[in-house]
Unconditional design. Structure first.
Length: 152
């Protein structure tokens, strides 16, 4: 996995809360892809952190259209299902491969840099105030008689 010089493969989304949660999850995934243990304990810890993070994003999704919200939620459900499947495998005592950890990492990076960036941008736009519209300027564009009548 290549790391950009700014400290990691994740593009900041612009949301401090979401970026901090991404960073914690990336730390867990990095330990696994660096050759650390990938057993039931590590996977369960990852699942807890990821589920909490997805709950944070669900709150932000109120600004999305229903179709986009469902697509994003479906992606989250699918990732949690992948982790659950790996937990079952690990609990059976079957060894997990480096590829399993790499796939978890790759999904997380791609999802964070696309769907999550889109989500934060949508939330930011929803919070933008409309431009101020000056009534005086509008009145100035009227004829004098109308203007005086409206200002009186
Ligand atoms: Fe995320
Ligand atoms: Fe997400």
């Amino acid at each position: 996995m290549t790391h950009a010089s700014d400290g990691g493969p994740l593009i900041p989304t612009g949301s401090g809360v979401i970026d901090a949660e991404h960073s914690s999850i990336l730390d867990l995934l990095s330990a696994m892809t660096a050759g650390g243990p990938v057993g039931p304990a590590e996977l369960t810890a990852l699942r807890l952190e990821v589920a909490e993070h997805f709950a944070t994003e669900t709150v932000e999704m109120a600004v999305l259209t229903a179709e986009r919200r469902e697509r994003h939620e479906q992606a989250h459900r699918s990732y949690l299902a992948s982790i659950d499947a790996l937990i079952v495998t690990a609990e059976r005592g079957d060894p997990l491969t480096g590829d399993d950890a790499n796939r978890l990492m790759l999904w997380f990076i791609v999802h964070s840099n696309t769907a999550d960036t889109e989500l934060v941008e949508a939330a930011r736009r929803a919070g933008d105030e409309p431009p101020m519209i000056s009534m005086d300027e509008w009145l100035d564009s009227l004829g004098e008689a109308d203007r005086d009548a409206l200002r009186s």
